[in-house]
Write a protein that binds this ligand. Structure first.
Ligand code: NAP
Ligand code: MG
Length: 490
């Protein structure tokens, strides 16, 4: 029997109690401290400085890692440089086999990697298990396939690797960003020095173990841990021929300035403030799921998050009503629990940044909505938040919050939607929800965004290029395009 509208509304308001379903951590072994991965083995660092990495959901210390210094980074670059000669000359099909082997081991050890990723970074286990780790493995699979087909990828050209790639990644998708960086670099015949983010170094150190397990030739991949200083030592090292950076626009600009005139190749994947645009003919329930996935996935720590909802005025009311109901059903809490939708904020510093931007939204006059939500006592948490009554000039509509905070704006015509969507210094992604194929194409043509999703959001695929316009950076990762930054075409 079909439910009446009233009955289904009542049902939607009910919150269900879920029994705890924590993922086991028994099979995960986190060492009390880690060395650096240089020249194919874990080696004692020159630097005597260490720092802790914590679990942001509990504030408990998980391990200690090295803050690599100039001597350490120099050793890593030298090891990568020494390995380059034989790695780049190796028969491409053999190189492919190593990369395939890495992806197979990533799959075999997926559960362990997912748990470590969740403990170190705070993201829900269902996301690390179903998104981060499978996509990381898929990336290696995909680029393994290209390793012996580079001449077909770029017909009538001679693709040649560049040398040592220096790569610096952020904390929001630690292993996945590592895969985006390392897989195409290796497939193209380069060697790598990678620095993971300060708050999430553990999956990269597990990856070092996977490189050893795969018997990857020593020095092809090197992992140095540390903070911003170590990152800047990696990218400015004269032995590095190509720099790949994912992180904030601010640091991206700094790196671009420091590399000017060095002849080093550079790709930057930076911040975003994406518009998720819902037209009046969109299927509303599907759109609500897309909006939730767009901004609350990974606590909104997503560079391409749909942080600005642009909704056509005529449907704003029913859509927001549905959206608010849906927010009330999101479960926030223990990231290791398989039912958790919203995990911990990655760090105290990030939490403070979110809090201060949300405060500015209230002060500037926006109306805040947060569902009833009990935050755990320890750890860093922020409830799913939605702002209406937002003007384009407000900071919450212009600046990247990088948290579970959505700003809602309205529009009347498609032209106004385009105008508002593009009214941002960023240009990483956008979403369009409509029933009409012609409108999707019309919109996609006019969006200044690297990726435009149609009737979906936050979909990633290794075969599809990803990257930005304007202050979101330049260069593409993924797909055949993702090989290009790692090759010289003669
Ligand atoms: P971040 O401060 O720029 O840090 C990114 C990485 O760079 C970290 O490993 C960081 O080390 C390192 N770093 C900091 N200062 C450096 C310097 N002067 N030279 C070289 N490396 C340096 O950004 P974040 O706060 O970690 O990440 C959030 C930002 O990343 C957001 O703005 C987000 O939009 C962006 N992001 C973009 C994409 C994309 O694909 N476009 C993907 C993910 C994230 P520490 O760990 O010590 O800070
Ligand atoms: Mg951590």
């Amino acid at each position: 029997m079909a439910l009446t509208k009233r009955q289904s509304e009542e049902l939607a308001k009910q919150t269900f109690e879920y029994a705890p379903a924590p993922e086991s951590t028994d099979f995960v072994k986190i060492e009390p401290s880690y060395n650096l991965f240089i020249g194919g083995k874990m080696v004692a660092a020159h630097s005597k400085k260490h720092f802790p990495t914590i679990n942001p959901a509990t504030e408990q210390k998980l391990s200690e890692v090295v803050e690599a210094d100039e001597v350490d980074v120099d050793r890593a670059v030298k090891a990568a440089d020494e390995a380059f000669d034989s790695w780049s000359r190796m028969a491409p099909s053999r190189r492919a086999r190593y990369i395939f082997r890495i992806s197979r081991i990533l799959q075999e050890r997926a559960r362990e990697l997912a748990v470590v990723e969740t403990m170190d970074g705070g993201k829900p286990i269902k996301e690390s298990r179903d998104v981060d780790i499978p996509l990381a493995a898929a990336h290696f699979f995909y680029y393994a396939g290209w390793a012996d087909k580079l001449e077909w990828a770029f017909p009538n050209r001679k693709p040649r690797p560049l040398g040592v790639a220096g790569q610096v990644i952020p904390w929001n998708f630690p292993l996945l960003m590592l895969a985006w960086k390392i897989a195409p670099a290796l497939a193209a015949g380069n060697t790598v020095v990678l620095k993971p983010a300060e708050t999430t170094p553990l999956s990269a150190l597990l990856f070092a173990d996977i490189c050893m397990q795969a018997e990857l030739p020593p020095g092809v991949v090197n992992i140095v841990t540390g903070g911003g200083k170590t990152g800047s030592l990696v990218v400015t090292h004269p032995g590095v021929r190509k720099v790949a950076f994912t992180g904030s626009t601010e640091v991206g600009k700094l790196i671009q300035r420091s590399l000017a005139g060095t002849g080093k190749r550079l790709t930057l994947e930076l911040g975003g403030k994406a518009a998720n645009i819902v037209f009046d003919d969109a299927p509303l329930d599907a759109a609500v799921e897309g909006i939730v996935n767009g901004i609350y996935f990974n606590q909104g720590h997503v560079c391409c998050a749909g942080s600005r909802l642009l909704v056509q005025e005529s449907i704003a009311e029913p859509l927001l009503e549905k959206l608010k109901l849906r927010l009330g059903t999101l479960r926030l809490g223990d990231p290791l629990d398989k039912n958790t939708d919203i995990g911990a904020i990655n760090s105290k510093a990030q939490l403070e940044k979110i809090e201060s931007l949300v405060e500015s939204g209230i002060e500037e006059g926006a109306e805040i909505f947060q569902p009833e939500c009990k935050l755990p006592e320890r750890g860093y948490w922020f409830p799913p938040t939605l702002f209406t009554n937002v003007s384009q000039s407000y900071r919450i509509a212009r600046e990247e919050i990088f948290g579970p905070v959505l700003s809602v704006l309205t529009f009347r015509t498609p032209a106004e939607a385009v105008e508002k969507a593009n009214n941002t210094p960023y240009g990483l992604s956008a979403g369009v929800w409509t029933d009409k194929g012609s409108r999707i194409l019309w919109m996609a043509e006019r969006m200044r965004a690297g990726v435009v999703w149609a009737n979906t959001f936050n979909r990633f695929d290794p075969t599809s290029p990803f990257g930005g316009y304007k202050e979101s950076g330049f260069g593409r990762e993924g797909g055949r395009h993702g090989l290009l930054p790692y090759l010289e075409l003669v």
